[in-house]
Write a protein that binds this ligand. Structure first.
Ligand code: ACO
Length: 375
């Protein structure tokens, strides 16, 4: 049978899912049937994590119990902190990948492949990622890691562990919204990579480590960092047009634009745009928002080719306004995406089939072997 070549697996439907729905033409994103706009306005990251993992919105009691379990799991094994110290000079995403791998050695359920154990591991991973990122940030700056606080929300505790002081409510709200908007997105490159690993019936931590490595690239999670670098380089809205012209003439991409699935505006971008505007005004730093909106205007002709802003376009400015260093933008994406990765892995285990595509060979086929002394 002649197989069809599908480079980049573009438009290939891998499997069925109940966790998220994306209509790329209309710019629609649903988590378990709920529109992202409704969730962004009315829910929070912890509730959305429950929704994704357990398939339905929690009752008050279920949410309280879930939150309590997450809070209880925030603290890392001292050995994992030791591992972070050993690799502290690496990129924060590499440190997260290494620490996530180390978590497996201290998780009592690592080798237990039952659904219940995989849900327990998912909860621990959601709880522990922020602690890893914050502990590394402190250690590399020569400071002691800040122990998690059980009286703070998921987002507030993350900012607290980074800075060592209680964050302002606006910062907490922006962080929580950012986590929520990044929580799940179908068969994106990192979730797909996690599914490939899970499909060999390898364990959950291995699948998550695969996902972290895949998210790091600038065509995926690295875009927010690249956008912030671009914003700094442009420096002033009046220079946006010339910058874009120059980049496009050199066949470079404008980071934060374009998406494999969306041919309309990424529905998550509107919430990050608004948060960037509000935070910029509050902090007295509207210049980044102004540069970004100008870039968006100057890129308008590309909309006819289906190229619009994606979630990462305004995300970088929000992180920068929160005072976060550029190299932890991708790990922050990972903190938000962990429930999505976990639910994709769980779905893969529930209805597993080894993921193993083909390659079309284009090399020669009839070369005679030449002994080494005759080459
Ligand atoms: N700037 C300029 N042109 C672009 C951009 C962009 N950001 N994105 C796509 N294009 C153009 C391509 O040059 C190509 O043009 P051509 O047909 O004339 O060669 C066309 O649009 C299609 O691009 P592809 O790369 O084939 O589309 P694909 O679906 O593979 O790309 C991707 C999606 C990788 C996200 C791309 O849009 C891109 O590189 N964007 C910039 C990086 C980025 O922002 N990544 C974050 C994605 S969102 C996320 O991961 C959360």
């Amino acid at each position: 049978m002649e197989a069809t070549l599908a480079r980049g697996l573009k438009d290939v439907v891998l499997d069925t899912t109940e966790s998220s729905f994306i209509d790329g033409e209309a710019g629609i994103l649903l988590y378990r049937g709920y529109t992202i706009h409704d969730l962004a306005e009315n829910s929070n990251f912890v509730e959305v994590s429950y929704l994704l993992l357990y398939g339905a919105l929690p009752t008050k009691q279920q949410l309280t119990d879930f939150d309590k379990r997450l809070i209880a799991h925030r603290t890392l094994a001292p050995e994992v902190i030791d591992v972070i110290r050993l690799v502290k000079d690496a990129h924060p995403m590499d440190v997260l990948r290494t620490a996530a791998s180390a978590l497996a050695a201290f998780d009592p359920d690592t080798e237990d492949m039952s659904r219940e154990a995989n849900l327990r591991k998912s909860e621990r991973l959601i709880a522990q990622f922020p602690t890893i990122v914050a502990a590394h940030h402190r250690i590399r700056n020569g400071e002691a890691p800040v122990a998690p606080r059980s009286d703070l929300t998921h987002a507030a505790n993350f900012l607290y562990m980074l800075e060592g002081k209680e964050p302002e409510q606006e910062a907490v709200d922006a962080m929580d919204l950012d986590f929520l908007l990044h929580a799940e997105h179908g068969a994106n490159a990192s979730a797909f990579a996690a599914r490939v690993t899970a499909s060999t019936l390898s364990d959950m931590h291995s699948s998550i480590v695969t996902a972290i490595g895949t998210l790091k690239g600038p065509l995926h999670g690295g875009a927010a960092e690249a956008v912030q670098k671009m914003t700094t380089e442009i420096g002033d809205p009046s220079r946006a047009e010339a910058y874009i012209k120059e980049k496009l003439a050199a066949k470079d991409r404008i980071m934060g634009f374009g998406h494999r699935v969306y041919r309309a505006e990424d529905p998550r971008a509107r919430h990050m745009r608004e948060r960037s505007r509000v935070l910029g005004e509050k902090m007295g730093h509207s210049e980044w928002y102004q540069i970004l909106t100008q870039v968006e205007k100057d890129m308008a002709p590309y909309q006819s080719r289906g190229i619009f802003v994606n979630v990462d376009f305004y995300a970088g400015s929000v992180y920068a306004l929160l005072g976060l260093p550029e190299d932890i933008f991708v790990p922050i994406f990972a903190i938000g995406r962990i429930p999505g990765w976990c639910v994709e892995i769980l779905e893969q285990y529930d209805n597993n089939m080894l993921i193993r595509p083909l390659l079309q060979y284009t090399g020669p086929k009839d070369l005679p072997f030449i002994p080494i002394d005759q080459r």
